[in-house]
Design a protein around this ligand. Sequence first.
Ligand code: 9MR
Length: 341
Amino acid sequence: MNWIDLANLLVATGILASWPAQAAPACNVTVPNPIVRAAQAAPGTIAARWAAKNKYFGVAADPGTISNAKKAGIIAKEFTQLTPENSMKWDATEPQRDHFTFGNADQLMNFATSNGQKVRGHTTVWHSQHPAWVEQINDKATLTQVMEKHITQVIGHFKGKIFVWDVVNEAFNEDGSMRDSVFYKVLGEDYIRIAFEAAKKADPAAKLYINDYNLDDPNYAKTKGLIEKVTKWRSQGIPIDGIGSQGHVSAEWNTAKTIPAALKALCAAAPECALTEVDIAGAAPSDFATVTKACLDISNCVGVTIWGVTDADSWRASSTPLLFDASGNKKQAYTAVLNAS
Ligand code: 9MR
């Protein structure tokens, strides 16, 4: 047992009230959000090591995963942060106009609360997984009102309980221009301001993120385009607190090796940043270590979320991209991340 695990054990068993300040590892982390206390992570886990560095190590889940006792056990022990994989999306929370449903989302929130885990809200404005009635709106006044109401209701429902929201998801094309979603088509670029201002009003304490995929290379047009726009929007006073890089990695397209430099560039463009949906096709241990360590090495990177518990839960299950195999056993990638942490 190393000293971090020992300190965690002492805290968990009540022998120490909290981590002694001088026992915390020397590092230059000044994260605006005090994310996790070491006491919430089980000794010997990756999450415990990350908590000692004031960063979360999280996972995507939903009622389907937490209702499985084995998976619930893994989540409770191994992760300090949860993201609802689907249950807070528009089609789940407002399937019909003005009818809000939070059953699954509340279930996940309650599970997280009882396990001392922080929740990242995902996601209010996205071109995908919103109901057909949203897609059909074609005038500015109506879409503004509908978008503001959706954000106000959903973020407001969890006010004070959710520490980070992916307010806008996947707003960019691969060439760095803005995606032609219904929001962009009807409202133009101004939809970003409308969305973030509504989110800020709904929960002033939550950190507000823009989240996207294929931001895995600093020289890629999409990475550059997002950085340029976020820098401009922030200079205009739009309340964007953070950039989320999803981190869906595969060997041939967006490789692990360029992620450290890409994340550095993204994190320099906002007060904070995170890797929000990490999975790596084939789960090569060294790639998992490279990707996760990229966040550890950047002071304002607040944490990493793995996009699912076991390989069987993954949206791309056939590529076995996660840290636990389909039976819930730790894979070599887990050990590689632990050793790099
Ligand atoms: O993992 C999610 C899967 O269960 C859903 O069917 C899918 C629907 O679009 O969304 C998946 O999660 C996505 C996330 O919300 C946004 N970034 C890409 C993720 C993988 O597709």
